[in-house]
Design a protein around this ligand. Structure first.
Ligand SMILES: CC(C)(COP(=O)(O)OP(=O)(O)OC[C@H]1O[C@@H](n2cnc3c(N)ncnc32)[C@H](O)[C@@H]1OP(=O)(O)O)[C@@H](O)C(=O)NCCC(=O)NCCS
Length: 384
């Protein structure tokens, strides 16, 4: 087994970006990552270009992005696992290096969603549910996650105020992250009064559609030892799937089985448990999702997720700081970029470079990247 390190990270601003094409957004993140790693693009032996399909016109985007980034003639691959695309890309990049095939690999996650209207985006996203039995009946993403919210509220007494607190926390931390889409604090009242999207989810319970890219440079132990001042190690990887159709799931809809399974694999491989994690970046596509994730990742008992955030235990200084870069809710969720952006945040934290949101003595970070309505899940554990 060859150890694999993250030696460079980069991210574009997440926002509506009518000013930039997918190649230009990818370049912004790539340039930052290559400079951070202090390598040249010629040293990169393969690239993994991670995105979800159908948001922009370009098919097989690895072609155009590898060309624009100057990564020909090295091999390049499209990786697609909807919102978990770049979380999956990290696992593939790790395998390339761990197997000895390559020494330096770039994982580039990107998405440009705002060329479509919100309604068109939801139609495309709905098609990442079963197009025969579900999406024709209106199961957009907010509708799917609203079902989980209803179930969690009924079963565990989770309240709309507790869900709102997740949005308040993540918008608060986004104001400290210049790359985040939203830069204004909101209150619980703002969330509760915002427009109903799919009951009980209101606008501020939802992430917004966004454009952006994030890039990670992965390297073998030998390379990292030579060139990286502060390598951050990929210590644990977990990847799991669940049935795509909700009716195919053996669940009471208050948990994502694929998260539980992916977390188990990652904890085992890293030799740590939930109590050892110093901070986490989790997939808060909706406020309820962050609450489910706390429970599925073992940060609290089943049913206690609402209370965990209500008591501010997931704030900086709490038991386990979560999404203190703004999360998907306020940093933005350009879907293919999200998994790589989560890892960028953790790498900055583990190197002690997180500024105002630095977790003291952070040594173990966990990234949780969910795809679709919980049908893919990638969990990555990083260590100093
Ligand atoms: C919630 C949602 C339906 C709102 O759509 P909408 O009402 O059509 O909003 P628009 O896209 O027209 O944006 C209108 C304004 O509201 C803001 N806005 C939109 N959604 C927002 C959100 N979720 N949070 C905060 N602000 C939001 C936009 O930035 C925009 O602001 P601006 O006028 O200053 O540019 C849309 O954001 C959505 O579909 N979100 C979920 C995305 C999703 O499912 N992602 C995948 C998860 S698995």
């Amino acid at each position: 087994m060859r150890n694999v390190a993250v030696i460079g990270v980069g991210q574009s601003k997440f926002a509506r970006r009518p000013d930039a094409s997918i190649r230009e957004i990818a370049f912004e993140a790539f340039k930052e990552a290559v400079e951070d790693a202090q390598i040249t693009r010629e040293e990169i032996q393969a690239s993994l270009v991670c995105s979800a399909t159908h948001y922009d016109k370009q098919r097989t985007p690895a072609g155009i992005i590898a060309e624009y980034l100057g990564l020909n003639p090295q091999p390049t691959f499209n990786v697609e696992a909807v919102c978990a695309s770049s979380g999956v890309g990290v696992r593939i990049g790790w395998s390339f290096i761990n197997s000895g095939l390559h020494d330096i690999v770039a994982v580039v996650g990107f998405q440009k969603m705002t060329e479509l209207s919100s309604a068109e985006v939801q139609e495309v996203m709905g098609r990442s549910g079963d197009v025969m039995w579900e999406s024709p009946f209106g199961t957009t993403m907010p509708a799917y996650f609203a079902l989980y919210a209803q179930s969690h509220m009924q079963k565990h007494g989770t309240t709309q105020e507790q869900m709102a607190k997740v949005a308040v926390k993540n918008h608060f931390y986004a104001t400290k992250n210049p790359k985040a889409m939203f830069q204004e604090e909101i209150t619980i009242e703002d969330v509760l009064k915002s427009r109903i999207i799919a009951s009980p989810l209101k606008r501020y319970d939802c992430c917004a559609n966004s454009d952006g890219a994030a890039c990670l440079i992965l390297a073998s132990e030998d390379v990292a030892a030579k060139i990286a001042d502060k390598p951050v190690w990929v210590a644990g990887l977990g990847l799991a799937s669940s049935p795509m159709t909700l009716t195919g799931r053996d669940t009471s809809y208050d948990s994502f089985d694929c998260t539980v399974e992916a977390a188990k694999q990652a904890y085992r491989m890293a030799g740590v448990g939930p109590d050892d994690v110093d901070l986490a970046e989790v997939h808060d596509c909706f406020t309820i999702t962050e609450i489910l994730n706390y429970e599925d990742l073992g940060f609290c008992e089943r049913g206690q997720g609402g209370k965990l955030v209500e008591e501010e235990q997931t704030y900086l200084g709490g038991k386990i700081p979560v999404n203190i870069d703004g999360g998907l809710l306020a940093k933005g969720h350009p879907v293919g970029a999200t998994g790589a952006s989560q890892i960028r945040t953790l790498v900055k934290q583990l190197r002690g470079e997180a500024g105002a949101t630095q977790v003291e003595e952070a040594k173990v970070g966990l990234a949780h990247n969910l795809g679709g309505i919980g049908m893919y899940c990638a969990v990555t554990i990083l260590k100093t």
